[in-house]
Design a protein around this ligand. Sequence first.
Ligand code: MN
Length: 202
Amino acid sequence: MSFELPKLNYAYDALEPHIDARTMEIHHSKHHNGYTSKLNAAIEGTDLEGQTIENILMNLDTSNGAVRNNGGGFYNHRLFWEVMSPNGGGAPSGALAEAINDAYGSFEAFKDAFSKAAATQFGSGWAWLCVHKGGKVEVCATPNQDNTLMPGVGCGGHPILGIDVWEHAYYLNYQNRRPDYINAFFNVIDWSVVSSKYEQNK
Ligand code: MN
C-alpha cells in the first residue's frame, strides 16, 4: 500500500487568473508527484509503510530527511489543493469565523497576519492557519516542506489552511511579486473546506 498523487477537484485552468494553468500543471504533475514517489521510496520496507501520513508526520524522527521532506511535501500539497476552489474567496462563517475573530479581532486583521507570515517566510516554505485542541486558531510559518504536525515544528496546531510560498508556486505568473500571489490566493480559498477541517480537528 503506497501513497498516490491525489486528483484535483478542478481543472488546471480553473483557478485563473489567480493561479495560472501552467503553474498548476507543473506543480501538481511534477512537484507533488515527485514528493509522492520519493515518500513511497523512503518508507518502503520500513515500519512506516501502511501508516497514515498524519501518523507518520506526528511521530516523525525529524532527523530522517527523506521522510521529513517528502512526507511533508505529500501532505502539504494535498491540503493546498483541497483548500482552493474556483468558487472560493470571501470570508469564513460560523465557528471558524468566531475563532478567527477571537484570535485576531477581525477577518481583515487575520488576513494581514497570515499574509505577513507568508510574505516574510525567508526562502521556501509555507504559512498556515492552525487549530489547537479546544478550538483556538493560530497563524505560523514553517520552512521547506515542514508542517505543524511534525514534533516541535511551527505553532504545533493542526493545519487547516496553508499557502505554498516556494517560488515554484508562483514564479511563472508573479515572478518575484510574492505579495501579489498571496493576495490572489485569498480569491480562491474555499472557506467551507477550511471550516470542515476546523470542525474535524478542533
Ligand atoms: Mn509546492
